[in-house]
Design a protein around this ligand. Structure first.
Ligand SMILES: Nc1ncnc2c1ncn2[C@@H]1O[C@H](COP(=O)(O)OP(=O)(O)OP(=O)(O)O)[C@@H](O)[C@H]1O
Ligand SMILES: [Mg+2]
Length: 337
């Protein structure tokens, strides 16, 4: 079964063709980072307009690179929740138009179900059940994955997402958008112990919950008192800030793996591309005896191959959406009964 995936929930316009839920025949992503960089974050209306311009060329490129004409596609999977509503609508309406014109079956995919599916495009995916740490621009949660689309959220951030902490931190330091990649790069030559940052949610009573907004405020106070450093000082500050984010994510993941008795842990979402997080979690896994699975960096950030992979399982189960399928800006991760 060849599934055409379409993703437009935030600032990437993406289309991909995936065969049998595991083989990527094409994976095209048009990023809008240049459009939003000067504003230090995604401007929703500009995102929608850029999606309108990009969606058809991206779709054509995906079909062409896959060597698969529309006639050889068996179903369409499109992100319909959550995300910026205007951005979501562009991919969704395009998908529905194709479904209407061709009669192809279509399913809506929750964006986070997509992130959770990226790892199944790798040669050695984690077995079920496993633990997943979803760390992206808008979400941070720990999820027990019992099967494809069968998830149970164990805990989540109470305020900002980890990606937001990276992006807002970078904005505060004048490093541009998206900030995660820049902080990651600068932190490589910095000392993570140079600047003290508060460690949030350390009490056992906080369970699987996380928090990153206090950290952002601590960085603001540091900058208000000491200014923005340059050179080695900036590298040290980035390394220390990043270490505080990573420390909390790793501590909570370890704890959840232990409590749930799970020996396989995947990380997904844009922040899973972070080199310090990847290394720290691998180290924790070696100590606590769980195996860590991480998609390649380009499949951590938004792409349509992961949406096609998630949609594959829904289509294979016989799920079909009607043309009334709508964009939902805010929606919890769906749980299969
Ligand atoms: N190397 C990195 N280190 C840390 N953060 C990173 C890195 N690369 C990307 N990010 C962060 O990942 C986020 C983007 O991830 P993603 O594309 O999954 O988010 P999103 O789709 O906007 O949000 P969501 O998936 O929650 O809807 C941004 O916050 C970005 O700063
Ligand atoms: Mg995402």
């Amino acid at each position: 079964m060849r599934v055409l995936g379409i993703e437009s929930s935030c600032d990437e316009t993406a289309a991909a063709v995936v065969e049998d839920g595991v083989r990527v025949l094409s994976d095209v992503v048009a990023s809008q980072h240049e459009v939003h960089a000067r504003y230090g974050g995604v401007v929703p209306e500009l995102a929608s307009r850029a999606h309108v311009v990009n969606v058809v060329p991206v779709l054509r490129a995906a079909l062409e690179r896959a060597g698969t004409p529309l006639e050889a596609i068996d179903g369409i999977a499109v992100t319909n929740a959550p995300g910026l509503v205007g951005a979501l609508l562009v991919g969704l309406q395009t998908a529905k138009a194709i479904a209407w014109a061709t009669g192809l079956p279509i399913v809506g995919v929750h964006h986070l179900e997509g992130h959770l599916s990226a790892i199944f495009l790798e040669p050695e995916p984690p077995p079920m059940p496993h633990l997943a740490l979803i760390v992206s621009g808008g979400h941070t949660s720990l999820v027990r994955v019992n099967g494809h689309g069968e998830v149970l959220e164990l805990g989540a951030t109470r305020d900002d997402a980890a990606g937001e902490a990276f992006d807002k931190g970078a904005k505060l330091l004048g490093l541009g958008y998206p900030g995660g990649v820049v902080i990651d790069r600068l932190a490589r030559t910095g000392d993570p112990k140079a600047v003290w940052f508060p460690k949030a949610m350390t009490s056992g009573a906080t369970g699987h919950a996380m928090s990153f907004s206090g950290l952002k405020t601590a960085l603001l106070h540091h900058v208000q008192q000491h200014g923005i450093p340059e050179g080695q000082g900036l590298a040290d500050l980035c390394a220390s800030y990043q270490a505080a984010i990573v420390e909390q994510l790793v501590r909570k993941t370890r704890r959840a793996a232990r409590r749930e008795g799970l020996q396989h842990v995947q990380i997904c979402g844009g922040v899973a591309a972070n080199s310090a997080l990847r290394a720290a979690l691998q180290k924790a896994g070696a100590e606590d005896d769980f195996r860590v699975y991480v998609p390649p960096p380009a499949r951590c950030t938004d792409n349509a191959a992961m949406i096609a992979a998630a949609g594959h399982h829904r289509l294979a189960r016989g799920e079909r959406a009607g043309l009334e399928l709508d964009a939902v800006p805010s929606a919890p991760l769906p749980r299969l009964a």
